[in-house]
Design a protein around this ligand. Structure first.
Ligand SMILES: [Zn+2]
Length: 94
């Protein structure tokens, strides 16, 4: 039994990063700029606030890029959804 998953970008707001060392989870709000983001002009911290271990170097630039795309997508959120299965009415692959 497979449950169809469809998510609107407007239903998503937070991204969570879990530290592989101490398991501290950081929740970042993609809609409102945090004090951290305003102060450092990057959205994603480069290290864990719990144990100071640096995150994987792919995390900060890619989540920052995702957050910029998210902000742009919010403006067309009523026409966009994300799905777990391809249920397009018109396929682009034919
Ligand atoms: Zn940590």
């Amino acid at each position: 039994m497979h449950k169809e998953l469809a998510i609107s970008i407007s239903d998503l707001r937070y991204v969570c990063i879990e530290c592989p060392v101490c398991r501290t989870k950081v929740i970042l709000d993609m809609r409102e700029k945090s004090e951290f983001a305003q102060k450092h002009s990057i959205f994603t911290p480069k290290r864990c606030p719990g144990c100071e271990a640096p995150y994987d170097t792919a995390i900060q630039p890619n989540i920052d890029g995702f957050q910029r795309a998210y902000q742009a997508l919010l403006q067309i959120a009523d026409r966009i959804s994300f799905r777990g299965e391809p249920v397009a009415i018109v396929s682009l692959d034919s």
